[in-house]
Ligand binder design. Sequence first.
Ligand code: NAD
Length: 291
Amino acid sequence: MLISPESAIRHTQESDIRLEGKVAIVTGCARDRGIGRAIAMRLASEGADILAADYCRSIPEYPDAKFGQMAELEGVASEIRKLGRRSIAVKVDVTDEAEVATMADAAMKEFGRVDILCNNAGGGVGGGPAIQQTLDSWNRTVGINLTGAFLCAKHVAPKIIAGGRGGRIINTASIAGKRGSPMMAAYSAAKHGLIGLTRSLALELGAFKITVNAVCPGFVETQLLEGLINMIGSTRNLNREQVLETFVRQVPMGRIETGEDVANVVAFLASEDGGYMTGQALNICGGVEVH
Ligand code: NAD
């Protein structure tokens, strides 16, 4: 069937608003250039109301590990409200089951439903050569990247199921979940585990029309990547630009990734358009990883 230019334009405009009436929880979305912030803003721009969640504290034993704070998180929620959507900022440690349960309840209390869970909180503490890593930094890194996603799914999926409308769980993994990563063994192992969790949950939750997928970014220019740049720079005696250059050389698409590159695919997965895709771990990395 031929469509007139007018109806084509109308279709384009409608297709930009694919999440009207939906409610999304996005974890780890406080930081300025972060992937989580880009995801939260994109889902909101497509019509979703957003519970914006982040750690909002520091760990004194790991002063180098940087986390999103409450003022930044409130800023994200306020930006979302300026788009005409509802949004609340919730302090949560995704590795703490009681806090995660409280977050899930807060979403129901504020919005009355949940449709989409984006398990985006991640990162690492400690790091360095695996055989020198402390058990504490190993456990914390696995906790942030893997156990946190399990706990959020455990407490949020029942709310999605109760709605009876189906829904989405979208986990932010990494290309480090598809290959070994020297100096980041705990992070890489946790992201591999997150892909395993994604595949398993997809099989369990399909019966409730909940799709579960992972996105695997590559080199995204966020504050988290700055930590990696510093680590590589100091071990190889390179400055920031030189380290960035070594990253870009590995990217067939020839540039560093942005949070929006990831958010574009998350928005697709969250929408009806992505409704028949589940159990997948999608590389969004400009071609750095291809399997
Ligand atoms: P980021 O530091 O901006 O985001 C990570 C967020 O997770 C932070 O806001 C942090 O406060 C939060 N967080 C950490 N521990 C938490 C906890 N226990 N409870 C709640 N929140 C917690 O960095 P980013 O690069 O935007 O990372 C977002 C996601 O993307 C992470 O899962 C990361 O592993 C993944 N990723 C990043 C890259 C990259 O190159 N930047 C590449 C692949 C994957």
